[in-house]
Write a protein that binds this ligand. Structure first.
Ligand SMILES: *[C@@H]1O[C@H](CO)[C@@H](O)[C@H](O)[C@H]1NC(C)=O
Ligand SMILES: *[C@@H]1O[C@H](CO)[C@@H](O)[C@H](O)[C@H]1NC(C)=O
Ligand SMILES: *[C@@H]1O[C@H](CO)[C@@H](O)[C@H](O)[C@H]1NC(C)=O
Ligand SMILES: *[C@@H]1O[C@H](CO)[C@@H](O)[C@H](O)[C@H]1NC(C)=O
Ligand SMILES: *[C@@H]1O[C@H](CO)[C@@H](O)[C@H](O)[C@H]1NC(C)=O
Ligand SMILES: *[C@@H]1O[C@H](CO)[C@@H](O)[C@H](O)[C@H]1NC(C)=O
Ligand SMILES: *[C@@H]1O[C@H](CO)[C@@H](O)[C@H](O)[C@H]1NC(C)=O
Ligand SMILES: *[C@@H]1O[C@H](CO)[C@@H](O)[C@H](O)[C@H]1NC(C)=O
Ligand SMILES: *[C@@H]1O[C@H](CO)[C@@H](O)[C@H](O)[C@H]1NC(C)=O
Ligand SMILES: *[C@@H]1O[C@H](CO)[C@@H](O)[C@H](O)[C@H]1NC(C)=O
Ligand SMILES: *[C@@H]1O[C@H](CO)[C@@H](O)[C@H](O)[C@H]1NC(C)=O
Ligand SMILES: CC(=O)N[C@H]1CO[C@H](CO)[C@@H](O)[C@@H]1O
Length: 817
């Protein structure tokens, strides 16, 4: 009796505890409401499979420290259900653990279930095996698709419900998303597209998640779905119903990169400008896409031709370091927005255009401290705006945030945050620079002879329909009788992405498509023998398409051909010969990359420039805690594994030449074509992230490479990523703050208080400076992790011969170690 009363008591406490934690999420036309209170919500995308569980708490903590309220993620169906009905939620696919980390950090979560994700993710996140279901058509009013989609979405919703992760259950999830940017592709689907969106909305509603559902880029989102905006700018966006708040689900902080293109950057000033404009014009929830981009491990990169790094120039870089000044500049913007949130959530709005791109916006109300924005959208002319009795200097393409409409607390173009220049350091440990290699040839005998095919047909088949995308590689093999010894030409019409031609086991020629020319005709001379010859074509994909209406119907491989054999004036069409099909490589099938027992590796004669070769080396865990990368310069193209974990495709013999690198101006409308590029004419991606989670301390670790084109491993090395140089600049009377993240300031390379010129790593003295500045700054900073210096003559000495009207700045460049 007493015992059962005790249980009842405990039960009652637990029940009231979870009730206390229950969060009610609703909305009106102004904002999302948490427990009835309107909220300004700043969110950032972090995709759990693009980092590791060990990295998650740090990434989430840095997001919170950067002023974020929420973390947003997609759910990656093809990663979770690699084969129909077989699920994987382990390791970096442990979405429940990821959501719990968000909860532990006291943050909200926005769950974009999709299940279509785009995201530069392989096949847009939809499993390739779906295509093998009869009658399947993606993302439309198609019963087989709807059945599979509903099954997966329901599974995810059930999983988060069981773990009490929805806000009404005391969990972090405040919003859920169904579909994704369907509005962009809806038209070609005609009425079936409209029916599909209605069905998606009803299906989602019926799952009773207890929080609002959103649909992004969906003008016709049916109630109660909230339609939201994605883009580089969303200030002009209007939701499709007066009861929906203005929300921005994807604010592109940078851009993604393909193998032959340089690194795209979006300046911090412009990201801040876009965000400030959004809040100026009534936005109340905005999300950075990406806040941390991370890495496309394994075969998860979409495309075709998206690189393994998904750095995205996000506020946190690929490895989780602060991308400064972007991270710090946005942090300051967030705190200024939070300072005026009552005005933004409750004030009346008065927006006034002053011409030439100048707009003033005042939020005010009876019992509200007013707040104002002054924006200058003019991309060439700075402006001094007279506003309510004060003058404000608003540089071109910038927004000032005014507390109480009288005090500037932030301007998007005035960057006080330091710049971090990351470097790779190779003095990591003992003998890591001296890697000793072993090798093994890939056994090609079965493939080049077509032994044990999985399929035969008198036709050239589409690649993914045969492989279900379990491998990048498909072999097409046929034999041709009655030839006469000599030279001929083989002509192959392929839809990409790469093709190798073998005759009787000997490689004759190969070619990869150029970006955007994935369908091409490859012609190669071949040498044939008398009698019967075996022709083997190896077709390779480099990430499947992830975007566009009917994207899943985009063919890959030698589909339909023709494949022709040409001798003099005679052309023989082999397209309808009997073709045998084999998927992948022998070493892939036998899992050579796990470095199992009984596999013979050879040394010391290490072959170079040899296609289809496996290389292996062992190494100690690099000392320290800096993120680790492997520098694969000298290799060709292939895949890398660390202790059996696939860290992604590499392609180091392709150069970034498809776009230009021009000096960057943050002013004017940004778009993917106008990104500020770096790394032109360098290797497309030279360094590959080796998460520390994959390394074993105190043991030897294994790196295995499968080299497809032919390369030379002797220059491969492990390096640590760290902050090398920091730079900062502030106006007189402001405080310059400098920090060496994870290190110490070891040297001041440049310091001038006066009118210094130039940019980080190329500063020069101006016409005047204070003579005591360098000495003072060295004393304050060297040997410390951080230092703060007030830019003032009383501290740094008199600037001479600065005349009265020279505006003085303090500029410092330092080295971290
Ligand atoms: C807007 O949404 C409300 C609430 O869901 C609904 O009652 C109303 O009909 C909608 N208005 C329009 C124009 O769709
Ligand atoms: C809005 O602001 C402008 C300029 O500051 C002012 O002239 C105008 O009277 C204001 N309108 C209202 C309705 O307050
Ligand atoms: C920018 O300002 C200049 C000079 O005031 C003006 O001629 C130009 O039209 C403005 N541009 C825009 C887009 O308003
Ligand atoms: C502020 O004014 C509104 C009406 O304009 C009122 O509903 C609200 O209770 C007031 N808040 C405070 C804190 O006085
Ligand atoms: C805002 O400014 C007005 C007028 O300049 C002043 O009376 C008021 O005290 C200020 N309020 C705050 C909170 O600073
Ligand atoms: C430097 O840090 C101090 C203290 O946190 C802060 O008040 C100041 O605004 C910072 N300086 C800049 C330029 O951000
Ligand atoms: C080879 O060609 C000759 C004549 O061109 C023909 O008679 C013979 O049947 C062919 N042999 C085979 C195996 O196709
Ligand atoms: C075939 O081509 C190779 C290389 O182009 C050449 O060395 C060889 O002499 C040619 N053989 C004949 C029979 O034409
Ligand atoms: C090559 O294949 C593509 C797509 O399958 C087709 O559109 C094109 O006509 C073919 N080209 C030639 C030269 O046969
Ligand atoms: C191939 O056949 C030709 C004529 O049919 C003959 O002259 C030549 O010797 C043969 N070559 C070989 C290697 O059998
Ligand atoms: C190929 O055809 C052209 C024109 O039809 C002819 O002039 C030439 O002699 C032929 N060459 C051979 C090797 O048959
Ligand atoms: C319309 C479109 O292309 N949307 C994509 C924009 O870019 C982000 C990522 O870079 C994708 O996830 C969106 O789906």
């Amino acid at each position: 009796m007493a015992l059962s009363r005790l249980f009842f008591f405990i039960f009652a406490i637990l029940a009231s505890f979870s009730l206390l934690n229950a969060t009610d999420v609703s909305h009106d036309g102004r904002a999302i409401k948490i427990d009835g209170q309107r909220k300004i919500l700043i969110s950032g995308s972090i995709h759990y499979p693009r980092s590791t569980p060990q990295m998650w708490p740090d990434l989430i903590a840095k997001a919170k420290e950067g002023g974020l309220d929420a973390i947003e993620t997609y759910v990656f169906w093809n990663a979770h259900e690699p084969q129909r009905g077989q699920y994987n939620f382990d390791g970096n696919l442990n979405i429940i653990r990821f959501l719990k980390e968000i909860k532990n950090a006291g943050m909200y979560a926005i769950l974009r279930i999709g299940p279509y994700v785009c995201a530069e993710w392989n096949h847009g996140g939809l499993p390739a095996w779906l295509q093998q279901i009869p009658g399947m058509q993606f993302r439309t009013d198609n019963q087989p698709f709807k059945d599979e989609m509903q099954k997966f979405v329901t599974k995810i919703v059930d999983m988060v419900k069981i773990e009490s992760l929805l806000a009404p259950q005391g969990g972090p999830i405040i919003l859920t998303q169904i579909e994704n940017e369907y509005g962009n592709v809806e038209k070609p689907f005609k009425d079936a597209g409209k029916r599909y969106i209605l069905w998606s909305a009803q299906m989602a509603e019926a799952l009773n998640v207890g929080v609002p559902w959103i649909m992004c880029q969906q003008d016709d989102a049916p109630q109660p779905m909230i339609n939201t905006c994605n883009g580089f700018y969303c200030d002009s966006f209007k939701p499709n119903n007066e009861t929906s708040p203005k929300m921005w689900t994807e604010n592109w902080t940078g851009w993604f990169k393909s193998w032959d293109s340089p690194d795209p950057h979006r300046p911090a000033e412009d990201v801040a400008f876009a965000v400030a404009r959004f809040f100026q014009r009534g936005g109340t929830l905005q999300n950075y896409y990406m806040y941390h981009g991370g890495t496309n491990f394994g075969r998860s990169a979409g495309g075709p031709y998206i690189v393994t790094s998904y750095d995205y120039d996000a506020p946190l870089n690929e490895f989780g370091n602060l991308n400064q000044p972007k991270w710090g500049h946005l942090k300051q913007l967030h705190s200024s927005i939070k300072l005026i949130q009552d005005a933004l959530l409750f004030g009346d709005v008065n927006e006034t255009s002053l011409g030439n791109g100048i707009t003033t916006t005042k939020y005010s109300g009876n019992n509200i401290t007013s707040a104002c924005f002054l924006s200058n959208e003019n991309s060439t002319v700075d402006s001094t705006i007279s506003f309510e009795g004060n003058n404000f200097f608003v540089p071109s393409w910038s927004v000032s945030v005014l507390a109480n409409c009288s005090q500037e607390i932030f301007n998007t173009a005035k960057v006080g945050t330091q710049t971090n220049v990351m470097v790779k350091k190779s003095n990591l440990a003992q003998d890591v620079a001296q890697l000793k290699w072993q090798w093994r040839p890939e056994i090609l005998v079965n493939q080049v002879q077509g032994k044990h095919p999985i399929k035969q047909a008198n036709a050239l088949l589409e690649q993914v329909s045969v492989t279900a995308d379990v491998s990048d590689y498909l072999w097409y093999i046929t034999s041709v009788n009655n030839l006469t010894q000599g030279n001929m030409t083989l002509r192959v019409n392929t839809t990409g992405h790469g093709i190798y031609v073998f005759v009787n086991g000997v490689l004759q020629g190969s070619r990869y498509a150029l970006t955007d020319h994935f369908t091409y005709v490859f012609e190669t001379p071949i040498a044939v023998n008398n009698g019967t010859n075996i022709i083997a074509l190896l077709s390779a994909t480099v990430g499947l398409k992830n975007y566009g209406a009917f994207y899943e119907t985009t063919p890959t491989g030698v589909v339909g051909g023709p494949v022709e054999l040409i001798s003099g004036n005679t052309t023989t069409d082999l397209s309808n010969s009997l073709w045998s099909y084999m998927v992948g490589f022998d070493g892939e099938g036998s899992q050579l990359y796990v470095d199992g027992e009984g596999v013979r590796w050879y040394s010391p004669m290490i072959p170079m420039s040899r296609p289809f070769t496996w290389y292996k080396t062992t190494f100690q865990v690099p000392v320290g805690s800096d993120p680790v990368v492997v520098d694969l310069q000298g290799m060709g193209k292939g895949v890398a594994w660390i202790n059996g974990e696939n860290i992604g495709r590499y392609w180091t013999n392709i150069m970034a030449t498809s776009k230009n690198c021009t000096p960057c101006d943050y002013r004017g409308s940004f778009n993917a074509g106008r990104a500020c590029n770096t790394g032109c004419n360098e290797i497309g991606q030279r360094w590959y992230h080796v998460p520390r989670e994959y390394l074993k301390a105190g043991e030897s670790n294994t790196l295995i490479l499968f080299e497809e084109i032919g390369g030379n491993p002797e220059n491969v090395s492990f390096q640590g990523v760290t902050v090398g140089t920091i730079c900062g600049s502030v106006n007189e009377k402001e405080t310059l703050n400098l920090t060496c993240e994870g290190g110490k300031i070891s040297r001041i390379d440049f310091a001038s208080f006066g009118d210094p010129k130039g940019t980080c790593q190329s500063f020069t003295k101006g016409s005047c400076e204070a003579s005591g500045a360098l000495d003072r700054i060295q004393r304050e900073c060297v040997g410390n992790m951080s230092c703060s210096i007030l830019a003032d003559e009383s501290l740094l000495g008199v600037c001479s011969p600065c005349t009265g009207n020279v505006s003085r700045r303090l500029t410092v460049q330092a080295t971290c170690s």
